[in-house]
Design a protein around this ligand. Sequence first.
Ligand code: PEP
Length: 250
Amino acid sequence: MRKPVIAGNWKMYKTISEAVHFIEMIKPVAAQAGHCEVVVAPPFTALAAAAEAADGSKVAISAQDMHWDKEGAHTGDISAAMLVDAGCTHVIIGHSERRHDHGETDEQVNRKIKAALEAGLTPIMCVGEVLAERESGLTGKVLTAQFEGGLAGLTAPDFSRIIIAYEPVWAIGTGRTATPEMAAEAHHLLRGLARERFGENEASAVRILYGGSVKPDNVGGLMAQEEIDGALVGGASLKVDSFTALVNYR
Ligand code: PEP
């Protein structure tokens, strides 16, 4: 049995006080949600305060990115150890907005994943095709390259500590969601790659989240798919009411 994960990616939204208020509101919701894990990813500035507010609760705190080096001359970057120090347990890596806004490559994603694992963080590795790739029938090829590149050199025990998020880029923040069947097909492909590369046990255990305009009114259909083990949510994770509805998708 794979325990579903409902994760909110706040992107560049929320001040420290807004983040803390949100966590206080969502703590009782997470406490009652034994069916899933609840993760929120505030911006860097709010991580420590969010983690303090979430301390002792069922809300896990994730960062949205990190650098692969332990420390160094990298202006504006944050290391895995700094995230652990701030109270994070998870880190999103390879989000399409990092890949597209900052030119992040699979090789960099790979370095970040390794550094996150070494620091004891749970990486949530994002993969997904752009619209032109889907329309050209290249989805499988793109997902394979991102999966292989992002996870190069990892062992099966390493892989067992990772969460994957399938996020078709054309569905992120667009209001256009993949149908449950489309998402399940991509998840099935990713699980097959995991089986080939890491073995049956790891493939059947890995949580693969769907992300891309998940909302309270479509989460049920997505989560009904056997292949979908949770959601990584941007826009609908910003309001307590809608995030609560997502956590209580059943
Ligand atoms: C995301 O940021 O990972 C995401 C899926 O955003 P949205 O839910 O707004 O499409």
